[in-house]
Design a protein around this ligand. Sequence first.
Ligand code: FAD
Length: 385
Amino acid sequence: MDLKLSEEQKLLQDMVRDFAANEVSPKAEHIDRTGEYPKEIIAKASELGLMGVEVPTEWDGAGMDAVCYAIAIEELSVASAAVGVIVSAHNSLCVSPIAKFGTEAQKEKYLKPLAAGKMLGCLGLTEPSAGSDAAAVKTKAELKGDKWILNGTKLFITNGKEAGVSLVIARTEPDQTHRGLSAFIVPCDAKGFSLGKQEEKMGIHGSSTMELIFEDCEIPADHLLGQRGKGFNVAMYTLDGGRIGIASQAVGIARAALEASVNFAKERVQFGKPIATFQAIQWMVANMATEIDAARLLVHRAAWMKKEGMPYSPESAMAKLYAAEVAQRAVVDAVQIHGGYGYVKDYPVERYYRDAKITSIYEGTSEIQRIVIANNIFKDTLKGK
Ligand SMILES: Cc1cc2nc3c(=O)[nH]c(=O)nc-3n(C[C@H](O)[C@H](O)[C@H](O)COP(=O)(O)OP(=O)(O)OC[C@H]3O[C@@H](n4cnc5c(N)ncnc54)[C@H](O)[C@@H]3O)c2cc1C
């Protein structure tokens, strides 16, 4: 693994950093306060190729690698964690599995507009009684003639409100557990599809979190993604890549907290000196900087392994677990460094504090990441148990 960014990765970083600083950052507070979906920002992100980062150019993507993807999500999330997750959920949770498992016809119809940013995508996996236990999905899909009929409810779906297409994991074999699941491409204008409750959240305002309802929802038979009964594998493939995105989001939030803290510490004067001269403040900043670098290295390792075509499931779980914890420590310290100013909305660290928490919950909680990591370490011991 080369620790130096390639020319392409560096160019991408500079481009997204400029975009984030000039066009996302100035609107981040507004997005957070109003919860408005940042339509213009996503349109511009599409022009920059950020809605199909890893998709080959023949399918209208940017044809870049997984490290580029991690870099892009980090840079966007420094400016706005909401924008970071909208782009990440789209790329990781919908575009990537269609690129991997889709037929030529599915790619023509869905991957092209998704990768070009003409359509937003989401993933419907979670249900009221299937969260960490993804194999417990109850949404049913039955093949009737030339149509699949879906019935059930999905919960907490990022981008659900704006999406044109949803990747849905549903049960096709009622008598099986994870082998009974299949993946489907569901256009959001399909008959029998509707949106339910929109969640009001602690943070990442501007990113919609929706209930998706399927009532005799009809989709064509050829909208099965991958093989029947292999939906759990599609979901796990999807989440492995997704965790690189969320880990990058966490690194971005932590970096924003660090940068705000450094600036504040240089300016804030107490006892006749900038608070940056106090060792208590310096140590918090030193810890933040060290942990952020370590988290980014874990993220880039997982992304590099993905780029090289190596198995990277435990590595992406490690990256997400660690980066989420680093982000949470960083925002706590950032608020502390800001004192009272950290607790009020005049400074952005209050937003970072609220945004950071979700990184340890979605796309697998920190407990689930530890299970993935430990299962790999103890794989021989656990075989057949
Ligand atoms: C803002 C937001 C956006 C989301 N976006 C999406 C999306 O786009 N698509 C989608 O499908 N889902 C999405 N989710 C759902 C998210 O992935 C789940 O919330 C998450 O996986 C946890 O599931 P749960 O909420 O049901 O918690 P539960 O699974 O009920 O977990 C509750 C607690 O128990 C712990 N726990 C559970 N099982 C174990 C175990 N075996 N060992 C130890 N501890 C355990 C958990 O770690 C957690 O602490 C989103 C959620 C939120 C809040």
